[in-house]
Design a binder for this molecule. Structure first.
Ligand SMILES: CC(C)(COP(=O)(O)OP(=O)(O)OC[C@H]1O[C@@H](n2cnc3c(N)ncnc32)[C@H](O)[C@@H]1OP(=O)(O)O)[C@@H](O)C(=O)NCCC(=O)NCCS
Length: 224
């Protein structure tokens, strides 16, 4: 398919948006993205517990309204079911990041999907500290961007990054996300509302840069 045919104007892609109802498996050269399921609890928990300090500085304090999935298999199952439900409602698309040998190494999502006249969503991602610096996150994000722009037909993806999060800022630069400036007290992180730099890419920018990005971070066709 030619890259200029990859996305339809808002409203014209309802059939393709049904892609969100299927369970996608996205494959790159080194990583595979698939929704988490209950069988991933042990691996997920091992990484999350080991990386508490690594991740805590950049993540919101969540009000889960119940038991923390870190300490309850049943809560983790509910959490996976909630993601699945959100996917079916076209609200968010969350994946575990796995190496091709099956090792769990992180998570990635497009959340806050808003259709209407926007067709937009927010990127979120984290990676196991033990494999940081291997460009696994940018590889996973390119896979997800391709899925979001070309299968879900989103028009815009946004990432919001704290100015002192140097590793994540580098990821935005590698992915050629465009800085849209500082949003004051934009989101809650570690219990406080703090400033974030907003980065974005539109589908028009994706079409311009996709071949370069995919050459650098190879993807494979979406499997279902
Ligand atoms: C941001 C993050 C996902 C980047 O993932 P990654 O797969 O390591 O990405 P990269 O390999 O491209 O590395 C990005 C930068 O991290 C830095 N980095 C490299 N190795 C590192 C390490 N072992 N520890 C910390 N930072 C490291 C480097 O500055 C690197 O940029 P460079 O390649 O120009 O040197 C990861 O650092 C992470 O999970 N951080 C904690 C959670 C987080 O910040 N999420 C994003 C919130 S907006």
């Amino acid at each position: 398919m030619a890259s200029d045919q990859l996305a339809s104007p808002a409203g014209a892609g309802a059939r393709d948006v049904m892609a969100g109802l299927r369970t996608p498996i996205l494959r790159g050269a080194r990583v595979l993205l698939r929704p988490l399921s209950i069988s991933d609890w042990d691996a997920w928990r091992e990484v999350r517990l080991r990386c508490v300090t690594w991740l805590g500085r950049w993540e919101p304090v969540l009000e889960l309204g119940g038991v923390d999935p870190l300490f309850s298999r049943a809560a983790f199952a509910s959490w996976c079911a909630a993601w699945e439900h959100e996917r079916r409602l076209d609200l968010s698309y969350a994946f575990g990041i796995f190496l091709l040998d099956g090792r769990f190494v992180g998570e990635i999502s497009v959340g806050g999907v808003y259709r209407g006249s926007f067709h937009t969503g927010y990127l979120g991602y984290w990676i196991d500290e033990a494999v940081a610096g291997s460009e696994l996150a940018p590889e996973g994000i390119v896979l997800l961007m391709q899925y979001a722009f070309e299968s879900l037909l989103l028009h815009r993806l946004e990432a919001v990054i704290m100015p002192d999060n140097h590793p994540s800022t580098r990821v935005a630069e590698k992915l050629t996300l465009r800085s849209e400036g500082l949003a004051v007290r934009f989101a809650q992180v570690a219990g406080e509302y703090v400033d974030h730099v907003r980065y974005a890419m539109t589908v028009e920018e994706w079409r311009e840069g996709r071949d370069r990005l995919i050459r650098r971070f190879p993807t494979r066709p979406v499997a279902r």
